[in-house]
Write a protein that binds this ligand. Structure first.
Ligand SMILES: Nc1nc2c(c(=O)[nH]1)N[C@H]1C(S)=C(S)[C@@H](COP(=O)(O)OP(=O)(O)OC[C@H]3O[C@@H](n4cnc5c(=O)[nH]c(N)nc54)[C@H](O)[C@@H]3O)O[C@H]1N2
Ligand SMILES: Nc1nc2c(c(=O)[nH]1)N[C@H]1C(S)=C(S)[C@@H](COP(=O)(O)OP(=O)(O)OC[C@H]3O[C@@H](n4cnc5c(=O)[nH]c(N)nc54)[C@H](O)[C@@H]3O)O[C@H]1N2
Ligand code: SF4
Ligand SMILES: [Mo]
Length: 765
């Protein structure tokens, strides 16, 4: 079966307004708009509850929000964005803080519950165990985690790192500070290992790779101030109402000033049609219109859709040839390719009509300043880098890069994931940072690129990794093929987790000889002053804080890493123990990380800043020639396998669909906060969101239970929920869905194609 057939998606109305969710008639139990009163209700419930005082203390603490990389949390307390606009804390921030404010895991908990029992927990149950507040170890042959002393921790970890450098690795997630990130990579590189896998390898790595090739800089070129000047935003593959809620305020402002929003997403996300933001009290009941045009492509086909928009722009003479000639290279080939592709090939691949693509092109062409913003629907694809190139090409063809109010804007994930990249936590280090680190360490460093996250799992599976240090995150559940992940991690001798809260990885991602869980302070309780970097390239200074955990045996990440580095490397050429004072780390950052010079004086000036060299207000880019390089993007070949190719019982009649896996409204990555997703009408985690016509054609009904079979595993007893997802596609929640499939990766970036997973859906006999 092939998804490239007719789609039964609802027609767009000729005004270019997206169908309302009521018009689509898809939802049985979902609300009519995103945000709204439930958000205020959540705020009220939590801030007025017993945890209220601690919650307010954390909310008003001067530090960046823990949750997403939009980076709320200002100079004068926690509620402002970088322009000091008030009322910028969303409910997701409260959700994240509230999880951190849980009571500690009881002191005898691990004695009383074996790992086998803990493996039965769901993600939600694991998180609800409370905060980790003392270090524990699981030794080979033992059934229980047991408490461990700090002496023994250092003894074991030093021993674990004294292995050949090519056999030691780290994985990190983007919640820790810039200072911890910088230390981590310095310690690893000083050992001779470049195996600095990071959650961004599973997230925005195609944006970093693709944008660097085009513009010489891998982050957003649009500042928040710039976004406020745009008159059109093209939003691709993002569920911002759930994952970057304060971006919605900017879209509402944009619509209010007469601008347009083009949404590109195989699912009609209710909050992208209409959103009620508490920052706009007068529209809280009625909601504000978001999308002016909503296009629903086949999952994985965005490059085709963008080629269609490019073709329409060229045919209608809406491209800026003067700009292309002056500021870009390689544009002729890009224009030739889009021109030569047939409309049939384009529309058959993306499943969106020529008329709709032309409408989008007209909107873009008629706008003065267009921002192209995207998230995981674009990057987590087999052609993730091509998708990013196709977006950049569309921006460049219309002269929408290098002027205020326009440009390319990857919407980053974790609150400091971009800072990790800047600090050099990457398997593929930039040359200028490498050189600066070599000067700092007084010797040359290993230049072979290290393992990205997927390479790490494969190397571990092949028995090539002895030691893995995880600075946050959940490397087990974040990866595809959970069985492989478990088996790969079990071949590593020592796995060390630095974490704030228990997660599935602590119970399934177990090392062969030792697994250590070291509890750390989170951002708002960290005893050190730290910094973080938002997705808009803004560096925040986070004040020291205190934990609510009484008598807890926590450590600051920086203290652990500098002590370990000291024990491994001695005092030369860096005085590692001195780095327990984060001011010294900031001096090293200022010396080595381009654009971070202003961090040298931030302790005195307390002035937060935008990183130099990244926001392009003029079409002079960071490439050697100063011009943007344009790359031809291939039309994706999207065929779904036959039903027979899945390991299902013989004679099973089923439907093969392109499954998108992603987040529910109430989860943060692998950590589930609440069972259901009210905005998609999914009452619990074991649902598959499907197109009603597809379900009816298969002879099934809503709420019926089905089996979902991928190439690596199956999930049974999954409830069908009708949703505004296009025909041939479906949506399920991660991390549960990660059991289903092996990783198909983008050869240009190594990212797994989480957003286009072929699965067979069938009803139990
Ligand atoms: N509350 C909350 N906030 C978060 C997170 C969280 O888990 N919870 N996680 C953080 C992190 S690390 C990240 S990376 C971001 C993630 O933020 P998002 O990228 O917004 O999250 P996802 O749920 O992965 O899915 C994004 C959207 O992609 C669409 N999509 C799927 N396939 C395709 C496709 O082929 N093409 C297009 N155009 N769209 C597609 C889906 O329908 C969905 O609406 O959010 C960050 N913020
Ligand atoms: N199928 C599918 N899989 C995906 C995705 C998808 O869309 N679909 N998305 C991918 C993406 S975009 C990402 S980013 C990854 C996420 O992957 P990760 O970043 O690896 O996972 P998280 O679930 O964010 O990690 C949560 C844990 O981090 C720890 N933590 C929280 N705060 C801190 C802190 O301050 N310090 C330390 N040391 N630890 C802390 C807590 O113990 C918590 O349990 O998952 C990827 N996997
Ligand atoms: S938009 Fe993101 S950074 Fe801002 S308050 Fe919400 S979760 Fe935090
Ligand atoms: Mo992410």
């Amino acid at each position: 079966m092939d998804t490239n057939t007719t789609s039964s998606q609802p027609e767009q109305d000729p005004q270019g307004n997206a169908p309302s969710v009521e018009q689509t008639g898809y939802y049985s139990d979902a609300p009519e708009m995103g945000g709204g009163l439930p958000v205020l209700q959540y705020w009220a419930e939590h801030t007025l509850s017993l945890e209220g005082p601690d919650l307010w203390r954390a909310l008003t603490h001067k530090s960046a929000c823990l949750s997403c990389a939009w980076g709320t949390g200002g100079q004068k307390g926690g509620f402002t964005n970088e322009l000091e606009e008030p009322l910028q804390r969303c409910m997701k921030s409260v959700e994240a803080i509230s999880a951190e404010l849980q009571p500690p895991v009881a002191s005898h908990f691990f004695d009383r519950h074996s790992v086998a029992e803990l493996q039965q927990l769901t993600s939600l149950q694991a998180d609800r165990l409370g905060r980790l507040s003392f270090p524990v170890i699981l030794r080979a042959g033992q059934s229980h985690y047991e408490r461990i002393s700090w002496d023994e921790i250092y003894h074991l970890t030093v021993d674990a790192f004294q292995r050949p450098p090519e056999r030691v690795a780290s994985y990190s997630s983007g919640r820790s500070s810039n200072e911890a990130a910088f230390l981590l990579q310095l310690m690893m590189r000083a050992l001779g290992s470049n195996h600095l896998a990071d959650c961004s390898d599973l997230c925005h790595v195609p944006s970093t790779v693709g944008l660097k090739q085009v513009f010489g800089s891998g982050t957003s070129m649009v500042s928040l101030e710039g976004l406020k000047q745009a008159d059109c935003v093209v939003l691709l593959g993002s569920n911002a109402p759930a994952n970057h809620p304060r971006l919605m305020n900017e879209l509402i402002h944009l619509r209010d000033r007469g601008g347009r929003v083009i949404v590109i997403n195989p699912v009609i996300e209710v909050g992208l049609v209409k959103f009620a933001s508490p920052a706009f009290p007068r529209q809280l009941l009625s909601g504000s219109d978001i999308s002016s045009l909503y296009l629903q492509p086949i999952p994985g086909s965005d490059t085709a859709l963008l080629l269609g928009i490019q073709k329409a722009l060229i045919e209608r003479n809406l491209i800026d040839r003067d700009y292309l000639q002056r500021h870009t290279e390689g544009w002729e080939a890009v224009v030739d390719q889009a021109r030569s592709l047939s409309w049939d090939a384009i529309t058959a691949t993306c499943g969106v009509s020529q008329l709709e693509l032309e409408q989008a092109a007209l909107m873009i062409g008629a706008s003065e300043r267009v921002v192209f913003a995207w998230a995981m629907g674009i990057t987590q694809q087999k052609n993730g880098v091509d998708n990013v190139h196709a977006i950049a090409n569309t921006a460049l063809l219309t002269g929408n890069a290098g002027k205020p109010g326009a440009g390319t804007m990857p919407i980053r994930g974790h609150s400091n994931v971009q800072g990790f990249g800047s600090m050099g936590v990457t398997a593929h280090l930039r040359q200028d940072v490498q050189t600066a680190l070599e000067t700092l360490l007084g010797r040359s460093l290993n230049r072979t690129p290290g393992y990205r996250a997927r390479d790490l799992m494969d190397a571990a599976d092949a028995g090539q990794v002895d030691t893995l240090l995880c600075l946050g995150g959940n490397v087990y559940a974040a990866n595809p093929d959970l069985n492989q992940a478990k088996s790969a991690l079990s071949k590593i001798d020592t796995v060390i987790y630095l974490s704030t809260k228990p997660n599935l990885g602590h119970f399934h991602g177990l090392g062969r000889t030792h697994t250590l869980i070291i509890p750390v302070f989170n951002r708002f309780e960290n005893p050190h002053r730290t910094t973080t970097e938002s997705g808009n390239n803004f560096v925040r200074l986070n004040d020291p804080g205190k934990t609510h955990l009484k008598g807890a045996d926590l450590i600051a990440e920086v203290d652990f890493l500098s002590e370990l580095a000291h024990r491994l490397h001695g005092d030369h050429p860096v005085n590692w123990r001195l780095l327990q004072d984060t001011r010294y780390i900031r001096q090293l950052i200022a010396q080595t990380i381009p654009g971070y010079e202003a961090i040298a004086t931030i302790d005195e000036t307390k002035t937060e800043f935008t990183i130099g060299g990244r926001i392009f207000d003029e079409p002079k880019f960071a490439t050697p020639s100063g011009k943007a390089s344009m790359f031809v993007t291939e039309l994706p070949q999207l065929r779904l396998p036959d039903a027979q190719s899945f390991a299902a019982p013989a004679q099973t009649a089923g439907r093969v669909v392109a499954l998108m896996t992603g987040r529910s409204y109430s989860q943060h990555n692998t950590v589930v906060y609440k069972e259901g997703d009210r905005y998609r009408g999914m009452p619990h985690r074991h649902c598959i969101l499907m197109n009603p016509a597809d379900v009816q054609q298969a002879g099934w009904q809503e709420h019926q239970r089905v089996t979902v079979q991928g190439d690596a595993g199956r999930l049974e007893n999954i409830e069908i929920i009708f949703g505004a997802v296009r025909s041939g596609a479906a949506f399920m929640f991660y991390p549960e869905a990660n059991v289903l499939f092996t990783a198909t990766t983008d050869p240009k970036s190594g990212i797994p194609a989480y957003k286009r997973v072929p699965v067979l859906v069938y009803a139990a006999q």
